[in-house]
Design a protein around this ligand. Structure first.
Ligand SMILES: [Zn+2]
Length: 369
């Protein structure tokens, strides 16, 4: 599919069938696993080493993905074992089968330090349910507490069940600047944050390939959220800084292997589009906060659909992330009125910068990745 208004190009018209692999460079294989949501797939990668395979990301928990892996173990590995499992970051669609694959092959898990521990914490939080801090977060955003119950039902897709292996009990640490030798290739670890705390991307200069995880996606924008566990976080600053870092490091003629959507060329253009997108969302919020606003009442400016359950959780977190970034720039002030935060634009240059008729359309809904 060619969109002439978009400078990105997609070299593959087809996607690999479930449980099958497609070679996209010497020793680099693409596969897809299903996801039970509107974004219906995740891209995973297999890297061929001298004596075994490296898996990059593992798919969501549950028997559907696990059975596809078992099928793939039998038919696609050409007699070599899986000898290491890499998770780019902590999210359940990336780590869901890490325990299973690691256990099956006795293959070590490689993750960054923050992602590994965040993943372990997240799995316990999902079981614990609501805390007073969560209630306070929602009340301050202008949402009734009963929403907590509704949201817990919505995230059941991600809740591990008894049959799912937990995240491996040990890991090998990857950090920014590390080099991994896999087969004849060297992969440079480049970390970013904002979507998750220490997200790993893998760059092979010789193959001109970047495995980008959720850090750089070609069509959708990754969720950048303030979560109840760190209610005053400012993840969008880290996200924007990461984009600038990747812009400096990466040449434009590399093939990007993202965790969702198609493989693409045009990484420099995409990084700039993503920066522009978030700047546009922030300006839009400033324009709509000339009188004090609750976070919940700002969502219709950002998202087309009425949000419910987990999508409301994601959308609200994303809205607050943009507001916090604006607060860090002294463009929005926040006050607490009757337990609810109100956000108001305070930057005197806003009238000169405002362009209400030129904003991007609201997003369809927040992404669950
Ligand atoms: Zn993610």
């Amino acid at each position: 599919m060619t969109d002439t208004s978009n400078p990105l190009t997609y070299p593959y018209d087809n996607t690999p069938a479930p449980g099958k692999t497609m070679e996209v460079a010497p020793g680099v294989y693409w596969l897809q696993m299903p996801l039970p949501m509107s974004l219906n797939h995740i891209n995973l990668y297999l890297l061929e080493g001298k004596n075994g395979w490296t898996v990059v990301d593992t798919g969501i928990r549950g028997s559907e993905t696990r059975d596809l892996w078992l099928d793939l173990f039998e038919k696609e590995l050409r007699g070599k074992p899986i000898d290491q499992v890499i998770c780019t970051h902590m999210h359940p669609d990336h780590t869901g089968q890490a325990g299973f694959i690691s256990e099956y092959w006795h293959a070590p898990l490689l993750m960054s330090y923050s992602e590994y521990y965040q993943a372990r914490v997240m799995s316990t939080m999902m079981r614990e349910g609501g805390t007073w801090e969560m209630s306070e977060y929602f009340v301050r955003a202008g949402i009734d507490q009963s929403f907590l119950e509704e949201m817990r039902e919505g995230r059941s897709n991600f809740m591990p069940e008894a049959e799912d292996r937990p995240l491996p009990g040990a890991f090998l640490r990857m950090k920014d600047g590390d080099k991994l030798e896999i087969g004849n290739n060297q992969w440079l670890v480049i970390t970013g944050n904002g979507h998750s705390p220490e997200h790993v991307c893998l760059y092979c200069k010789e193959l001109r390939i970047l495995i980008s995880g959720d850090q750089i996606l070609p069509v959708i924008t990754s969720n950048v959220s303030v979560q109840p566990t760190e209610p005053f976080a400012n993840p969008l600053v880290g996200w924007l800084e990461s984009h600038e870092k990747f812009k400096k490091l990466l040449p434009n003629d590399i093939l990007v292997l993202p965790a969702h959507n198609r493989l693409f060329y045009g990484v420099q253009e995409r990084l700039q589009q993503l920066i522009d997108h978030h700047e546009d969302r922030m300006l839009l919020l400033e324009e709509n906060c000339t009188t004090p606003q609750k976070a919940i009442d700002l969502l219709p400016h950002l998202f087309k659909r009425k949000l419910e359950s987990y999508s409301l959780f994601m959308g609200l977190g994303e809205c607050i992330a943009h507001l916090h970034c604006l607060m860090g720039r002294n463009r929005i002030e926040r006050t607490l009125e009757k337990d609810v935060f109100l956000y108001r634009s305070i930057d005197p240059t806003l009238p000169a910068r405002a362009r209400p008729e030129y904003h991007e359309e609201p997003d369809e809904s927040p992404q669950m990745v």
